[in-house]
Design a protein around this ligand. Structure first.
Ligand SMILES: *[C@@H]1O[C@H](CO)[C@@H](O)[C@H](O)[C@H]1NC(C)=O
Length: 459
């Protein structure tokens, strides 16, 4: 029987192999018992770290030291939400700034809310709590929430409750509690510390092509937690000497609730240096502070003793009520808009206050952006936000032909060829600016402005 014979004759060989394999296994240290003997216990403690190190890929090599990195910045503006928290949340989700729970996911984006959170709808408490919670989350992620006062915030502070709903008052537990919350309580405190009248937000916030071009962003004594945007920056002389369209000098936009006209800017009290942004914020905060100590409770309107600069500020010509940019004929306003942009050193003026239910309106070639679309269910307008996306890419990363097809903004030397060679190339960047209206409920986003150009950093 050949199979049986075969089996019995191979058995010793098979056993020998088994013993050999077992011995090798023991000596190789795969056996836990052998391992425990081979390594003292204190060594064992370090094992997880060693294993981890072996499994993770080696750290990426340090990038070559270079100041020529591409820059990106995103700014989102949200207009009048008037007591509608669900609408505000879905709009911010659409803009990629919050998740389903309302937590910040916008990384280093800057969100500007242009006021009128309160009135017409019932969610006053919920909305202020929401933004109060969002602010530190945005800051922690390297972004920012810039909160502006609307005329309705100021009216509520003054005691003018014309547009307050019954549910709103009930949600505070009655009129007395509401009055207290808005004046000395948590909402009043936040308005005085973390809300402002206007902000000037630059695109180049975190990085700059080179140190000599970096502006000195202001730090104002009062205002929101993000003070960089609430005053008037100063620029290194190399940058400041460039022409008026200098991209390194011009901020993305100024944001305000109503509107800022050149006539109002000219009426501002003069100071040795023209500081319109800081001055408007100072006047607004003076009003908030003065009412805190007003004898006999809230005055319903500006007190009779208020100084002229406060009266002008709170008039229909002032930044909280003005509607010129929304209502006047485009032929009439664009020159004035240009003047306001020059005086504020910004590319665009963004504001809420005057609702247009169909969607965000761009006027004067995108110099004026009206973002109040009647978001609240009290109105039923479009659910919108304005998105500004900026990119600055080293020009060397592009084929020369592409770079030449853009309009060139040379600050010192106007000849295009000269700026794209030698050391000048290292100062040359391609700038892209995209201004979009974003909508919820499946409506397509709309491109309002798209500009690409080559810019040269001054030496
Ligand atoms: C203002 O914002 C800062 C930063 O997020 C926060 O720490 C502070 O509590 C806020 N102030 C008030 C009065 O809510």
């Amino acid at each position: 029987m050949p199979p049986a014979h075969h089996a019995s004759s191979s058995r010793p060989l098979f056993l020998l192999t088994l013993i050999l394999v077992a011995a090798l296994w023991y000596l190789s240290g795969s056996n836990p018992a052998a391992k425990a003997q081979a390594h003292p216990p204190e060594h064992k403690r370090h094992q997880p770290a060693l294993v981890n190190q072996a499994n993770t890929p080696p750290p990426p090599r340090e990038p070559q030291p270079s100041t020529r990195r591409a820059f990106h910045q995103r700014i989102v503006a949200l207009g009048d939400v008037h007591g509608d928290l669900p609408a505000a949340m879905s709009i911010l989700r659409r803009a990629g700034l919050v998740d389903l729970k309302g937590h910040w996911t916008g990384q280093d984006a800057i969100l500007v809310q242009t006021g009128d959170i309160v009135d017409r709808g019932p969610d006053t408490i919920a909305l202020y709590r929401f933004f109060q919670g969002l602010r530190p989350q945005a800051e922690k992620a390297g972004g920012a929430l810039v909160s502006l006062m609307g005329n309705h915030e100021m009216m509520n502070y003054l005691g003018d409750w014309r547009y307050v709903t019954k549910e709103d008052i009930a949600s505070f537990g009655g009129e007395r509690n509401r009055r207290e919350a808005l004046l000395t309580g948590w909402i009043g405190q936040e308005w005085r510390t973390n809300y402002s009248i206007t902000a000037r937000v630059p695109y180049l916030v975190h990085h700059f092509p080179h140190d000599l071009a970096a502006p000195v962003l202001p730090s104002t004594p009062r205002g929101s937690s993000d003070r960089r945007f609430l005053g008037d920056p100063t620029f290194p002389s190399s940058v400041a000497s460039g022409d008026g369209k200098n991209p390194f000098l011009r901020a993305a936009a100024s944001f305000v609730h109503g509107g800022i006209t050149p006539e109002y800017l000219s009426s501002l009290p003069s100071s040795p240096s023209f500081t319109p942004i800081a001055t408007m914020n100072r006047i607004g905060h003076d009003i908030l502070e003065s009412l805190l100590h007003h004898p006999g409770g809230v005055p319903l309107s500006l007190p009779r003793t208020a100084p002229d600069e406060q009266r002008e500020f709170w008039s229909e010509r002032g930044p909280m009520w003005n509607r010129d940019w929304a209502l006047e004929d485009e032929n009439e306003i664009c020159d004035r808009v240009e003047r306001a942009c020059d005086m504020l050193n910004v590319r665009r003026l963004v504001m809420g206050h005057t609702p247009r239910f169909e969607g965000i309106l761009s006027r004067c070639d995108g110099k004026v952006l009206l973002i109040d679309t009647g978001i609240s269910r009290a109105y039923g307008g479009a659910h919108s936000s304005l998105s500004l996306t900026y990119t600055l890419t080293p020009a060397s990363a592009l084929p020369l032909a592409d770079a030449l097809s853009f309009s060139l903004v040379a600050l010192d030397d106007p000849t295009p060829d000269a700026t794209l060679a030698g050391p000048d190339l290292a100062r040359t960047w391609v700038e892209t600016e995209l201004v979009e209206a974003l909508y919820t409920k499946g409506r397509d986003s709309e491109t309002l402005v798209r500009s690409e150009r080559v810019v040269v950093v001054p030496e």
